[in-house]
Design a protein around this ligand. Sequence first.
Ligand code: NAG
Ligand code: NAG
Length: 346
Amino acid sequence: MRPPVSRAAFASVLLGRRAVGASLVAARCASSAASPAAAVTAYDHASFVKEIAATDPPEHLNSLLNVLQARGEKIVSPGAKRGLIPVVVPLSESPAGNLTSLLRWPTAPTGMEMPVVEVGKHGLWLLAKNVKQYIHRILVEADINADTGDDVWDAVGEAGENLYTKGDFKESQLADLDVYLLKKVGLFPDVIERKTLRHLEKGDNVSALITGEFYSRDQFPGFGRPFVFNAEILKRVGRTSEAKDSARVALKSPWWTLGCSYEEAAELAGWEDEQIEFIREKVTEEGKREDLKKGKAPEQVVLDEAAFLMDLACVDGNWDDVVDRIAECYREAGLDDVAKFIAYRE
Ligand SMILES: *[C@@H]1O[C@H](CO)[C@@H](O)[C@H](O)[C@H]1NC(C)=O
Ligand SMILES: *[C@@H]1O[C@H](CO)[C@@H](O)[C@H](O)[C@H]1NC(C)=O
């Protein structure tokens, strides 16, 4: 089986090429509207998102920052991107060193909200689909945790009351926190995965399979993680060939969205290093010439190069060496604002 030929972020995979074209146009319009000030300025998070990441700051962003701080995290400058995967806007660091950030998809469809992610060793872990759901979840958790509850409520400000009414979890009489979160707040990868694993532990393989399948049905656009997890579940109940298929779908997503190392996903897919070799070839001058000869649009070729370089950097864990080339690819594709964001580091 041949690996995918186009992988410009997730747009080309999930939405087809027309959507890539559409987001190109949207991004161009945005870039002509604002021209960010010189790099020395220290930005607050909202203006950084607007002026450097060239997208709308999420609603309640300041509330989230306050809440994270109340939870004992240290606020991190939004431009402190050195050494990190270049598509994030850092928000805060936990005492354990985990970095909570916003994700700025390079070719996000118009209107898509910025997800909240944790920056990990192998890329990104999706914490929540948007800031609102993440705050909502923290408030529910604070409501049942007497230790940090008050600090969080003091910090959240007005946004809090719009999102959650204290005591609602208890009143709902739902079985546990996970059930409440899924029913009343939103879908969170860790909660869905825990739920699936519980089914397996109880020997309810059918429910585990149904939940795993649900997880991978486009609940988290662009992320390969649900397909990796579904592959693990399929494998555990003995459906090896379906497990392989699901892992192969996962590897068509950006590798930094797998929630595990390339090797782990490739093993589930029954592959070794051939995908890496294939992609290394794709980003050579010769590989790019081949794609052009096959009729791929020049813009698509450079967008794919950017995506492939990110896959490879995720395997090597070295971002700083390739960030400038990745930015150049976006510039060549006409996405000047994305290029500027990618290349930005304090
Ligand atoms: C912090 O990151 C580690 C490694 O990725 C992870 O195992 C752990 O669950 C994270 N901790 C929190 C509190 O999210
Ligand atoms: C359910 O899956 C487990 C492995 O997780 C397996 O040992 C068991 O045989 C399966 N049960 C059924 C009824 O298929």
